[in-house]
Ligand binder design. Structure first.
Ligand code: GLU
Length: 526
């Protein structure tokens, strides 16, 4: 690529849906390329399709980019030298350039009405012909055009696509590409009858005037590129360099979609994924950085990003791998960071937990007071919902802080935290016999285990973790049961759940009296 040109790249979504993984990947690669070259990253809103437009998608775009930490240098809400960066604020410009192409003989007025277009379409389908405009108005004389205009007939402006020859362009990733001009859509509309531009016109005019150096977008846009190259030629402008990014597919080789699982960033956000995990994983989709290294900050990615390291073949989105990254980043948080990150999910439900509007689309995961036993007090401090627990906000906070290092090891998502902390703040239901008796044992043996557990629990206070573990092992041995079968009934009695943070630490935090009282209660019921 030309080395001396200032790198100016853009992410140019249409606000017709929520930001999804594919879009984020395009945004991220543009961002990384700009940062790696000391260039500019531009956020442009392609809102020419007014029927599918919704303000909430615009908000979602800005929210998502900010949440991911992808800062843009110029953009809709920020301005910049070549703004405005919202296409609906630039309609006059597009009109002007559409007419300029007419003047140059590169585009023409088309007066065909929808009935006529519908008739052509029908004939084409019936005769198994390629679909497209039959170029009827391309051959109108200037007098005919004038007469139609004078009569006030509605019109669109169409590009005169060459009918012979080929269009060639170079793609940085895919190499030289050649299209027969007869395979380009016959004379696409540039300006609609309501004076609005189509995507093609607005996109080209903007890339030109915003001095975009490289167009980096998904490979699904390749079929539009020969047309774009023809438009640049018609205007007499140099086109940007092209780099079409590999597709992001699901495991079945199909384009990633809802069928595969979550695709919208909000959905991942609501599930308790960290932006760093999403950035790191998405950056690995179709690109490599340093051999053998998996974990990267955004800065490291930018430093090591090279177009030469992009893959041609589609990337496969692996939910398990993203989950792995999320766990890794959770474990890298300090206890204070984790506390701050999980607190909203523990104390609030649905939208309130996130400050974004998600519940209308996604079922809320198990978060909030119902699952954790903690709510948010008016003073912004967590409070225990069950007053009979006699815990002050300070007690709640202290218990949570003590628990952070323990749950950190177990969390896959931030939303898992609510169910993991609840045993500290609610009296668990006394477990039913079938929940507490280990598979190969009976009620009598389980009672023996719980009796022994009382001594075991009193004994571990003041011990080190190794000593406490050793004590558990020797108790199990004495009883002639496996370590797991010794721990499980205790875990159920103390926490009310088979999955909890590590047991010994949990007992330490809950305290001797409460732990033993819960074991007593369970024993009585058995
Ligand atoms: N507005 C297009 C989109 O929604 C932009 C495609 C391009 O980058 O040219 O993806």
């Amino acid at each position: 690529m030309a080395e001396n040109k200032e790198v100016r790249v853009r992410y140019a979504p249409s606000p017709t849906g929520m930001q999804h993984i594919g879009g984020v990947r395009t945004a991220l690669f543009n961002y990384l390329y700009a940062r790696s070259k000391g260039g500019k990253f531009i956020l442009r809103l392609e809102d020419t399709d007014r029927t599918r437009y919704d303000e909430k998608y615009v908000q979602n775009l800005y929210d998502t980019m900010a949440w991911l930490g992808l800062e843009w240098d110029e953009g809709g809400d920020k301005g910049g030298e070549y703004g405005p960066y919202v296409q609906s604020e630039r309609f006059e410009l597009y009109k002007k350039y559409a007419f300029e192409l007419v003047e140059k003989g590169e585009a023409y007025y088309c007066f065909c009405d929808s009935e006529r277009l519908e008739r052509i379409r029908k004939i084409q389908t019936e005769n198994k012909m390629a679909p497209g405009y039959d170029r009827n108005c391309r051959h109108l004389t200037p007098e005919e055009v004038k007469a139609n205009l004078d009569a006030g007939k509605p019109y669109v402006i169409r590009l005169k696509v060459p009918m012979e020859g080929v269009t060639k362009f170079h793609d940085h990733l895919l190499g030289d590409i050649e299209w027969k001009n007869e395979d380009i859509s016959p004379d696409p509309v540039l300006l609609k009858s309501d004076g609005f531009p189509t995507y093609h016109l607005a996109n080209i005019v903007d890339d030109h005037f915003m001095k975009i150096s490289h167009v980096m977008r998904a490979q699904e846009w390749i079929p539009s590129t020969p047309l774009h190259v023809q438009m640049y030629r018609a205007f007499g402008w140099e086109h940007p360099e092209f780099c079409h990014l590999p597709m992001v597919n699901g495991k079945d080789g199909q384009k990633l979609s809802k069928r595969h699982g979550a695709t919208s960033v909000n959905e991942f956000r609501a599930r308790g994924y960290l932006p760093k995990a999403i950035i790191n994983y998405v950056a690995m989709l179709g690109c490599s950085y340093i051999d053998g290294q998996d974990m990267y900050t955004l800065e490291e990615l930018a430093k090591n990003f090279k177009l030469e390291h992009l893959n041609k073949s589609p990337a496969v989105f692996d939910y398990k791998k993203l989950e792995w990254y999320n766990g890794q980043y959770i474990r890298m948080m300090s206890d204070e960071e984790l506390y701050d990150a999980v607190l909203p999910f523990i104390t609030k439900t649905g939208d309130a937990a996130l400050d974004i509007n998600v519940s209308e689309e996604f079922p809320a995961p198990h978060v909030g007071p119902e699952y954790s036993g903690i709510a948010m007090g008016d003073d912004g401090e967590p409070v225990c919902v069950d007053k009979s627990m006699n815990m002050t906000s300070a007690d709640v906070k202290a218990a949570l802080m003590q628990l952070m290092p323990l749950i950190k090891e177990r969390l896959k998502y931030l939303t898992d935290a609510a169910e993991m902390v609840h045993f500290l703040f609610t009296e668990p239901k006394v477990p039913a016999a079938d929940q507490i008796i280990p598979k190969k044992l009976d009620a009598a043996k389980t009672k023996e285990i719980l009796e022994a557990a009382k001594d075991f629990v009193s004994g571990i206070f003041g011990k080190t973790h190794e000593e406490a573990e050793e004590a558990a092992r020797s108790e199990a041995e004495k009883l002639g049961v496996k370590l797991g079968d010794f721990m499980m009934p205790i875990r159920m009695a103390v926490t009310g759940s088979r999955v909890s943070p590590p047991l010994i630490g949990s007992i330490w935090i809950l305290g001797k009296e409460k732990s033993i009282a819960r074991i007593e209660k369970t024993l009585k019921a058995l």
